[in-house]
Each structure stands twice: as structure tokens, then as C-alpha cells.
Design a protein around this ligand. Structure first.
Ligand code: ADP
Length: 266
């Protein structure tokens, strides 16, 4: 292709056939740079709680004859360990979904995915007095990974609950979107929470990006949740869209290719 740097390797096989293999150098360099950035960010994010745990345990040791201070320091150590666990879990989740092609795995019942994701979010919602409801079409299915789709939906639900005031409403909507190039299934999560400015809407899917660092840290956020959702949706051949207005709320919608109607195929 013109305008691109291609590395060409020529392989001559025994039977005289010559293979010319062209590498897209620019694309390969971009992938390498992004992996390097990710490693640098991940290392930085992991070092913060590790450093805090080291200092807090030294402080606890020095305060050995003050039980109240020791309790305070160990409480903080537990908080930092929980954060470390959350970071490692999300980094592993991200590496599992990155670049995988899940779309042909198995039939996934969307009602069951929604019900399980809601179950896993109910405790948090009750803590914050947020109501969780569903609306829209039922009986939809897609091809893919049930577990990954549950992870994606739980991430969206946790964000919707975390970034809303107490007594907010969070709604999961499922619908079939007919399209000439293949029907889609849309799964939306709407909240009436704090919303996201237009500038930040462009960046929230970036790894480790947080709009309000203090609030994200307070809720145990890592800035990886939405990039995991994005990777899962892409691995299913779908896309994610975001509508939001500051002070009114946000709607994240995953659009995934619908599984073909098997009876119709038959
Ligand atoms: P985090 O772990 O910080 O929640 P995410 O990748 O899940 O990371 O989200 C990135 C940022 O996008 C969050 O820090 C938050 O500022 C913003 N955000 C995500 N979901 C919502 C939402 N429903 N309402 C408002 N802000 C949100």
C-alpha cells in the first residue's frame, strides 16, 4: 500500500514456490507503543498501593504500644490490599479479552446475562439506595461468551451506581435493532447520576482514565472498567456508544450482532 512502510520477507520453499510476506511496520510499532504505555501505567498504578502498604506496615510496627493507632494503620493496609487485588483482577480480565475472537463461541441467553449481572450488583445498589430495574424486549440471544458479557454488564452497572447520588435510578434496557447488514441487540445501562462532560466522553474508554480521580479511588475504581467493557464488546463484533449530560445522567449502550434465528435457518 502506498504511503506505508512495509517490511517484506521472502521465503523460498523446497518446491520452488516463493512466498512474500509483508509486515505492516507502522501498525506493529503502534501496537508495541500501546503495550509499552500500558505496562508503564500498570506498573505505576500497582506501585502506589504497594508503596502505601510498605509505609503503613512500618508505621504500625513503630506504633506497637498504641493499639488504636495500630488498628487505624491495619485498616488502611486492608484498604490498599483490596485495591491491589482489584487492580490485578482487572489487568488479568483485560489481558484475557484483548484480541480474542469470542463471537462464535456459544448461544448466550441475554435474559440470563441481565439477571445474573443485576444479582451481582444488588448488594452495592442496596448500600447506596439505588433502584435497579429492567425494561424492553425479552427472549433475545447472541453468540459469544456468557461470562464476558456478564463482566461487561456488571462493570457498567457498578459505574452507574457509583457515579450517581444515593436514591438514583438505574435501568437496563434490552432491544432488538433491525438492520440490513444483520440485526443487532442493544443492551443499555442508564442512570440519572452525575453525567460526563463532552470532553471526558471522548476519553473515558482509555485505560486508566478517570474523570474525578478522588471519587474513582474512593469507590475502588481503577480506570480500567470501561476499557474492559470496550474490549469485550469489540471481541463480540459489536460497538459501544455513550450518551451523557452533566447533572442529568448517562446511558452506555452495547450493540452486539444478534444470533441468527436458527428456526429460520432450518
Ligand atoms: P473507574 O474504575 O474509575 O470507574 P472506568 O473505566 O469504569 O473506571 O470509568 C472511567 C471514568 O468514567 C470513571 O472514573 C468516571 O469518572 C467516569 N464514568 C464511568 N461511568 C460513569 C457513569 N455512569 N456516570 C458518570 N461518570 C462515569
Amino acid at each position: 500500500r502506498t504511503g506505508q512502510r512495509l517490511a517484506v520477507r521472502v521465503v523460498r520453499l523446497d518446491d520452488g514456490v516463493v512466498l512474500v510476506v509483508a509486515d505492516d511496520r507502522a501498525a506493529a510499532l503502534r501496537v508495541e507503543a500501546s503495550a509499552r504505555d500500558f505496562m508503564a501505567n500498570a506498573t505505576h498504578e500497582l506501585k502506589t498501593p504497594i508503596g502505601a502498604i510498605t509505609l503503613l506496615s512500618e508505621a504500625a510496627e513503630q506504633a506497637a504500644d498504641d493499639p488504636e493507632a495500630v488498628r487505624r494503620f491495619t485498616g488502611k493496609i486492608q484498604g490498599e490490599s483490596a485495591r491491589l487485588t482489584q487492580l490485578v483482577t482487572q489487568i488479568v480480565q483485560l489481558s484475557h479479552v484483548q484480541g480474542t475472537q469470542l463471537a462464535t463461541l456459544s448461544m448466550v441467553d441475554i435474559d440470563e446475562v441481565v439477571a445474573t449481572a443485576l444479582d451481582r450488583s444488588r448488594h452495592l445498589a442496596e448500600q447506596r439506595s439505588v433502584s435497579l430495574t429492567t425494561s424492553g424486549a425479552r427472549g433475545l440471544s447472541i453468540r459469544g461468551s456468557r461470562d464476558q458479557l456478564i463482566t461487561a454488564l456488571v462493570n457498567l452497572l457498578h459505574n452507574a451506581i457509583h457515579y450517581s447520588d444515593t436514591k438514583a435510578r438505574v435501568v437496563v434496557t434490552t432491544r432488538l435493532v433491525p438492520s440490513p447488514d444483520g440485526d443487532k441487540i442493544a443492551i443499555g445501562v442508564s442512570d440519572n447520576g452525575i453525567g460526563i462532560s463532552e470532553e471526558d466522553q471522548r476519553r473515558v474508554f482509555e485505560r486508566f482514565y478517570r474523570v474525578d480521580f478522588a471519587r474513582s479511588r474512593q469507590t475502588g475504581g481503577t480506570g480500567l472498567g470501561l476499557s474492559i467493557v470496550n474490549e469485550i464488546v469489540e471481541a463480540h463484533g459489536g460497538s459501544i456508544t455513550l450518551w451523557s449530560r452533566v447533572g442529568s445522567g448517562s446511558t452506555f449502550t452495547m450493540e452486539l450482532p444478534a444470533a441468527p434465528d436458527l428456526e429460520e435457518d432450518a
